[in-house]
Design a binder for this molecule. Structure first.
Ligand code: NIG
Ligand code: FE
Length: 413
């Protein structure tokens, strides 16, 4: 039976379906076509087969990709876009020699953003998030995970997640909200992290759950923030309340956050700049995705995450931006892909799979996003190039030409 279609994208020079096997499975089809129906991919394959496989009526819209590259839109599975103000003054302090952790201990860092987020109106929060989603779209990102975590009190955390929901209704991208009340211990709980975790479990998580405003919870497991024991307790309670789990793990110190993620059954363990060889093996043998954020290493002048080691061990690796006002003010997934190739030992193919299909897996959306095959959301990018290797090669200047979300053209240069 022929597949019904609303529109067909033809004359695709290289189509990356991301349906191949393994870490480098880009599923390349040359001289390809893509058919869309009701916002989903109805069919994707060699252009020769389109007439045999698809029913093309007089009403079918036919669009040419002009011989260019087409990929799934990027799935940015780790961002912090809900904040009251940017922190360029801390960036300048670091440029003049101060250290990120020193700034944080002195009341800057996350707690600086907390003060500015608590005092920001919903309109300001919304404006900041919208502004960066617009930039992300122009960089080819069609799915964005969005964490709260700069409120750290009931009212501000709920406000941030509500704003994320309002923004989701206004932008073409799919937004996946994460509650990150456990981003830091707020001033009013200083020295009492256990009590703050209790407050989250008993008073904030239930409200977030009741309102249905976050799919995931996340916790920052780090020396001086939350211990592996506290993270284990928080994640177990959150899982029982029905949340899916994420964790900021082994970022500055090898505290064992990765092991916490694996035993909690978290969807992903993120950062991993300081992951031990033992924990590389542990995560490789698990269903937890290892999410790497090389933009943060660049921005903070820290060693890059061990991408090659994780890939060689057989881990499923995702790449994401970590967009946030403190440790990585970068909304460009093409730049992240370039960094993964140039600094973390990824092949071009591995980096592109990690930024699309594996990002979707890290959001538990692996059956809907990040691939261009029948039944998946028709979120894709037409690139102004005819060789997919140009995507990371063109450093800092993405060749995004057109972006589609759910089969609708939402951006073009
Ligand atoms: O993912 N590591 C913890 N949280 C953020 C940084 C937040 C900030 O500095 O504002 C991160 O990098
Ligand atoms: Fe983060």
């Amino acid at each position: 039976m022929k597949v019904r279609t609303d529109f067909v994208l033809k004359e695709i020079g290289q189509l990356l379906t991301m349906t191949g096997t393994g870490a480098s499975g880009i599923g390349l089809v040359t001289d390809a076509a893509l058919a869309v129906r009701n916002g989903k991919v109805a069919w994707a394959g060699s252009a020769d087969l389109i007439e045999t496989c698809c029913s093309l009526s007089g009403n079918t819209d036919i669009v040419s990709a002009g011989g260019c590259v087409v990929t799934p839109g990027f799935v940015d599975s780790h961002t912090h876009p809900l904040f009251g103000a940017t922190r360029q003054e801390e960036f300048a302090m670091r440029a003049a020699g101060a250290d990120y952790e020193e700034i944080a201990v002195a009341g800057g860092g996350i707690l600086n953003s907390v003060r500015r987020t608590r005092s920001a109106s919903n309109a300001v929060l919304q404006e900041n998030m919208m502004r960066h989603l617009t930039i992300m779209l122009a960089n080819g990102t069609t799915t964005v995970e969005a964490k709260s975590g700069y409120g750290l009190d009931l009212n501000t955390e709920l406000r941030c997640l509500e704003v994320a929901g309002e923004v989701a209704d206004k932008v073409p991208q799919t937004i996946v909200p994460t509650f990150m009340g456990a981003h830091e211990v707020p001033e009013e709980f200083k020295g009492r992290p256990q009590e703050y975790i209790d407050f989250l479990i008993n008073e904030v998580n239930p409200r977030v759950r009741e309102q249905g405003i976050a799919k995931f919870v996340d916790i920052f497991c780090e020396k001086g923030v939350f211990t592996p024991g506290q993270a284990t307790r928080y994640l177990a309670a959150s899982a029982e309340q029905g949340f899916s789990l994420k964790i900021h793990a082994d970022e500055f110190y090898d505290t064992g956050g990765t092991a916490v993620a694996v035993s909690a059954g978290a969807a992903s363990a993120d950062h991993l700049l300081s992951i031990s060889d033992e924990n590389i093996k542990l995560i490789a043998d698990s269903n937890t995705v290892a999410t790497l954020l090389p933009g943060t290493a660049l921005f903070l002048n820290k060693p890059f995450p061990p991408g090659r080691k994780l890939l060689d061990a057989g881990a499923m690796v995702a790449l994401a931006s970590d967009f946030n006002p403190g440790s990585c003010f970068c909304d460009s997934m093409p730049l992240i892909v370039s960094l993964a190739v140039c600094q973390c030992g990824f092949t071009v193919e591995e980096a592109l799979v990690s930024a699309t299909a594996n990002g979707a897996a890290a959001l538990e959306l692996g059956r809907r996003k990040g691939r261009l095959t029948t039944g998946f959301d028709a979120d894709f990018v037409i690139w102004d190039c005819n060789d997919f290797r140009t995507i990371p090669y063109h450093l800092g200047n993405p060749d995004v030409a057109v972006v589609y979300c759910a089969g609708r053209k939402v951006y073009s240069t």
